[in-house]
Design a protein. Structure first.
Length: 338
C-alpha cells in the first residue's frame, strides 16, 4: 500500500476520518457529517453536549467542505496555510484555535516524522484536521471508542494535550534508553557511536522542543481573558496540562545537555587518539632521521668519503648511527607526556 493511500485510508468524500457526538453523559457516539450538520443546525437545540469532527487534509475536498458547511474562524483557515507551526492555543471569535505539533504514528526518531494538527474548539463543535496520522489524536480516538467520557469540548482539548504529553514522555524515555546504551559503551571503551549520530539525535530533540513547546504569550492571554463558555475547572485543567507538558520539555532539555556532554567526551577521546598517533609518528621520524641523514651523506658519488678504504668502515658507520639514534631517542622520550 502506498503512503498516500495509507494517509487517506478511512476518510469519506468530505475528508472526515471520524466523528463523535458527545451527549449529556459524556459518552461518544459515532456519527457522519450529515448527522453532525443537522445536530449543529438546531436539530438538538437546547441539549447538552458537543460534536467532534476529525478530518484528513491530504484529501483535496476537505478544506472546501469546511468552508462551505461549517462556520469556523478565519484564523483557523489561515493557520492551515500559515508557515508558523509553533504549538499554541489562542482565542478568536469566542473560539479556541489550537495548533499542536505531534509525531507520526510510525515515529522512528527522524525529524521528518513531526507533523501538525489544527483544532477549532467551540462550545458545541470541535474540528480537528491533520495531514498525516498522528499518535496523540489516534490515542484520543481510541479512548473515545473504548468509552472515555468527555463532558465538554475543553475537556477534549485537555485530554488531547495529556495524550500529546504522554507521547512526548515516551519519546524522552526512548531517547534516554538510546543515550544510556551509548554511555555504557563509552564507559566500556567501545567507540561504536560517532558524534554525527549523537548530533542527529540532539537536533531532533531541539526541533521537538521548538515545535512542541507552547507559546506562553498566547496561553497567558487565553487564561487571563477566557471565553464565557469555558468553566473555571476547564481553565484549571488546561493550565495543569500545560504545566505537565512543560515538565516533559524540561526533561528533554536536560537530555540535550547530557547528549552534549557525550559528544564532548567522544571528541576528547578522538583527539586523544589522534595525539597518540601523531606522537608515535613523530618518534619514528626522529629515530629514523640519523640513519637517513648518514645514508644520504655516504651515498653521494663524490671523492673523499671517509672510511671508504677502511676494513672496518661499515661497522664503524653502524656504531655511529646506533649512537646518534640512541641519543635522539633519549631526548625524544625524556620529555613527560600525558
Amino acid at each position: 500500500m502506498s503512503s498516500q493511500s495509507a494517509t487517506r485510508y478511512g476518510a469519506d468524500a468530505s475528508g472526515l476520518i471520524c466523528g463523535f457526538l458527545f451527549g449529556a453523559d459524556g459518552k461518544g457516539t459515532s456519527i457522519g457529517t450529515d448527522e453532525a450538520l443537522q445536530w449543529i443546525a438546531g436539530g438538538a437545540a437546547g441539549s447538552r453536549g458537543f460534536v467532534w469532527l476529525h478530518f484528513n487534509l491530504a484529501q483535496a475536498a476537505t478544506e472546501k467542505w469546511l468552508r462551505d458547511n461549517v462556520q469556523l474562524s478565519d484564523v483557523f483557515h489561515e493557520s492551515l496555510k500559515d508557515g508558523s507551526r509553533s504549538t499554541r492555543v489562542e482565542l478568536d471569535d469566542d473560539m479556541l484555535i489550537a495548533v499542536v505539533n505531534d509525531v507520526h504514528y510510525d515515529f522512528a526518531f527522524e525529524p521528518s516524522d513531526i507533523s501538525t494538527l489544527w483544532l477549532s474548539v467551540g462550545p458545541r463543535l470541535v474540528v480537528s484536521a491533520r495531514l498525516k496520522p498522528l499518535r496523540s489524536i489516534d490515542r484520543l480516538r481510541d479512548a473515545v471508542k473504548r468509552g472515555t467520557t468527555l463532558h465538554s469540548s475543553v475537556e477534549l482539548l485537555v485530554h488531547l494535550m495529556h495524550d500529546q504529553g504522554d507521547v512526548l514522555v515516551n519519546i524522552v524515555r526512548g531517547t534516554t534508553g538510546l543515550v544510556d546504551e551509548i554511555e555504557d559503551k563509552l564507559l566500556a571503551g567501545r567507540m561504536e557511536t560517532t558524534r554525527a549520530n549523537l548530533g542527529s539525535l540532539r537536533r531532533l530533540l531541539v526541533r521537538l522542543q521548538r515545535l512542541l513547546a507552547p507559546e506562553p504569550a498566547a496561553l497567558f492571554r487565553l487564561l487571563k481573558k477566557p471565553p464565557e463558555w469555558i468553566s473555571d475547572e476547564g481553565l484549571e485543567d488546561l493550565r495543569q496540562s500545560t504545566e505537565e507538558f512543560n515538565v516533559a520539555l524540561s526533561d528533554m532539555a536536560a537530555l540535550q545537555e547530557r547528549i552534549k556532554l557525550l559528544q564532548e567526551e567522544i571528541a576528547g577521546r578522538v583527539a586523544e587518539a589522534n595525539n597518540r598517533s601523531l606522537f608515535v609518528l613523530t618518534i619514528v621520524t626522529v629515530l629514523a632521521l640519523p640513519i637517513n641523514l648518514i645514508a644520504g651523506l655516504l651515498g653521494m658519488n663524490v671523492g673523499g668519503i671517509p672510511l671508504a678504504e677502511h676494513p672496518h668502515g661499515f661497522w664503524i658507520v653502524v656504531a655511529i648511527i646506533i649512537t646518534v639514534t640512541a641519543i635522539a631517542g633519549y631526548f625524544a622520550f625524556k620529555q613527560p607526556r600525558d
